[in-house]
Design a protein around this ligand. Structure first.
Ligand SMILES: Nc1nc(=O)c(N)c(NC[C@H](O)[C@H](O)[C@H](O)COP(=O)(O)O)[nH]1
Ligand SMILES: [Zn+2]
Length: 155
């Protein structure tokens, strides 16, 4: 989670989103298969979305077809829980992760999503119902939220 937080700090501050870092870790050897942060790739991208897009590119495929190429089980670490609704109307990360549930077995989150933009986020329940475990990694909440909201008007 610390590494994901370091990634989040690379994200350009923006008042209408959170600065998030995410990594995909291969279970068999705990190696990092993909890493990403909010807005890393063009198109108003989310951290989790960047991980999946970069992996798809590595396999010369699309995010939708990525599950056909990923055989070994992974876990996703993301400093802020995957979004379930986006003000931009783009596909939320909960849906993106669900499409990969054949190989993403668990999601570790640093904090629950603050209700700033879309109110309470039921994403965890949706993922759990799809068979993807979601666990909160305690201890970094303050740093994660400070980073996540750095682009917001203070006060
Ligand atoms: N998990 C997560 N990863 C991210 O990389 C990111 N930026 C958010 N942020 C959630 C927040 O709800 C949305 O950023 C706003 O709803 C605006 O939506 P857009 O980002 O413009 O699509 N959440
Ligand atoms: Zn998202």
């Amino acid at each position: 989670m610390r590494y994901a937080l370091a990634l989040a700090d690379k994200s350009p501050p923006k008042p209408t989103n959170f600065r998030v870092g995410a990594i995909l870790v291969k279970l068999e050897d705990w190696s990092i298969t993909a890493a990403g942060y909010t807005l890393e790739l063009p198109g108003n991208t989310h951290a989790e979305e960047c991980c999946l897009l970069k992996l798809a590119e590595q396999h010369s495929t699309t995010e939708e077809k990525l599950a056909d190429f990923m055989t070994s089980p992974h876990v996703l670490y993301t400093t802020v829980e995957p979004c379930y609704k986006r003000l931009s109307g783009k596909l939320p990360c909960v849906e993106r992760v669900m499409r990969q549930k054949a190989w993403i077995q668990k999601v570790y989150i640093g904090v629950l999503e603050p209700e700033t933009f879309v109110g309470p986020n039921p994403g965890r329940r949706i993922l759990e119902e799809a068979g993807i475990d979601v666990s909160h990694v305690p201890g970094l909440e303050d740093e994660i939220l400070k980073t996540a909201t750095a682009g917001h008007v203070s006060g």
